[in-house]
Design a protein around this ligand. Structure first.
Ligand SMILES: Nc1ncnc2c1ncn2[C@@H]1O[C@H](COP(=O)(O)OP(=O)(O)OP(=O)(O)O)[C@@H](O)[C@H]1O
Ligand SMILES: [Mg+2]
Length: 323
């Protein structure tokens, strides 16, 4: 397969995966993944444990080889020309490991030399990236003293060292405390503001909704959905409403509710509280509330559970697991 040459670079996608597959022995972790990320977009790469996210990211960063298919970054095939393919990217892979006896400054200097940066460049960039992840005060400390969250921040600093046009992040906020998470999200937001392309896996749907333009949902090594967060959030037809009543509903009430059009499922959460899964979007939600009130049920609260992205995620995963 021919990779592109200078001149056509601007039209090349930061990420293009074609028919990507991976077997570990007899186990298929990734079937045949096609995925393209346009310049300047941030993609949230979602899926349950074992879906194949890290496998995909490791192939993209040339840590493991695919069993089939191709991964290209800015038009350069990762297998064929790894150095050139990885030159414009920064990556944070699952639980980063560092040499404990080195300091962040020494670690960054080492990483910078590997990437062919000059000492001067390394010095000024190191200061900048450590500041960006709020680790300036620890620049000279040995990493063996660091908490998991501090190591994660250092990993992000390292990924930013060469001002990458594409950032590949595998669960960038995992293991961070709430404040650390918010800080890392801020860093990612500002990188996005600078027009960089971001490919990040995450289990935090709220985070993805906040940071990402697009989402791709993977399950058992297969892509279930790929689209913009906004469209997908709007497109979810069913939602769950937690409903509580002044008095517990009788079995007869529940039976009557089950036959109200639009109610897909009723889950008892306690004496006076039920979770109603409702289809038909907002119209459906209004009809269900009306039906309950007209039956004489005294509704105290009626509130949606989880974000619409979460609903969509749960629906699609459940649907694909059933097949
Ligand atoms: N080196 C390996 N040898 C054998 N099986 C592996 C190996 N690495 C991953 N797997 C299997 O491949 C599947 C996909 O793993 P992967 O790490 O890509 O999932 P993931 O989506 O990143 O999950 P998580 O959300 O838990 O990080 C899992 O079933 C895992 O057990
Ligand atoms: Mg993973």
């Amino acid at each position: 397969m021919q990779s592109s040459h200078a001149g056509s670079v601007a039209s090349e996608f930061p990420v293009q995966l074609k028919g990507l597959g991976k077997e570990y022995g007899h186990f298929t972790a990734l079937k045949s993944l096609d995925l393209t990320v346009p310049e300047g977009t941030s993609l949230g790469f979602l899926g349950p444990n074992g879906a194949g996210k890290s496998t995909t990211i490791k192939i993209m960063t040339n840590l493991i080889r695919p069993s089939r298919g191709h991964a290209t970054l800015f038009g350069v095939d990762v297998r064929q020309e790894p150095t050139r393919a990885l030159a414009r990217i920064g990556a944070v892979i699952e639980t980063p490991e560092f040499y404990g006896y080195l300091s962040p400054l020494e670690t960054l200097a080492y990483a910078g030399r590997l990437r062919g940066m000059s000492s001067k460049e390394i010095e000024s960039r190191s200061e900048e990236v450590l500041k960006g992840v709020k680790m300036s005060d620890w620049a000279d400390h040995r990493i063996q003293e660091f908490s998991k969250g501090m190591k994660q921040r250092l990993a992000i600093a390292q990924a930013l060292l060469n001002e990458p046009a594409l950032l590949i992040l595998d669960e960038p906020t995992s293991g961070l405390d709430p404040r650390g998470m918010a800080e890392v999200r801020d860093v990612i937001q500002s990188l996005k503001g600078e027009g960089r392309t971001i490919f990040m896996s995450s289990h935090l749907l709220g985070e993805v909704q906040e940071v990402c333009d697009d989402v791709a949902l993977l399950n058992h090594g297969e892509l279930l959905i790929h689209g913009s967060v906004r469209d997908l959030s709007r497109g979810s037809d069913t939602s769950t409403f937690q409903t509580s009543f002044l008095r517990p509903p009788t079995p007869q009430d529940l039976e009557a509710l089950a036959s109200v059009p639009g109610i897909v499922e009723i889950k008892n959460e306690g004496d006076s509280t039920i979770d109603l899964r409702i289809s038909g979007g907002e119209e459906g939600q209004a009809r269900v509330l009306e039906a309950m009130v007209s039956r004489g049920l005294k509704v105290i609260t009626y509130r949606p559970l989880g974000s619409s992205l979460e609903q969509l995620y749960l629906d699609r995963i459940q649907e694909s697991d059933r097949l």
